[in-house]
Design a protein around this ligand. Structure first.
Ligand SMILES: [Zn+2]
Ligand SMILES: [Zn+2]
Ligand SMILES: [Zn+2]
Length: 89
């Protein structure tokens, strides 16, 4: 079982459909609300298994950066926000 350190829920539990709604703090004190997994998708997130329209669990590499729209773990906006880059598992 894999537990998300951010919301405390079991990622591989089918009853866990979303992470928590919160904010991302960037190194220059800009804070933006996290982006949801797009509800255009028909399937759950292949990585962290949340529903379309829900929030990815922390560390999911499918999560988009609300600042630049690229993948949050690799876009480079979060230089000091390293904890967000810890992979699941
Ligand atoms: Zn995900
Ligand atoms: Zn979570
Ligand atoms: Zn970014």
């Amino acid at each position: 079982m894999t537990t998300c350190k951010h919301c405390g829920k079991a990622i591989d539990d089918p009853h866990t459909t979303t992470c928590i709604r919160d904010f991302i703090e960037y190194q220059d004190d800009v804070t933006l609300q996290r982006l949801r997994y797009t509800d255009d998708e028909k399937e759950q997130c292949a990585v962290c298994h949340v529903n379309p329209g829900a929030f990815h669990h922390r560390g999911c590499y499918m999560e988009r950066c609300p600042r630049c729209g690229q993948r949050l773990i690799s876009c480079g906006c979060l230089i000091r926000g390293k904890e967000w880059q810890q992979p699941i598992g």
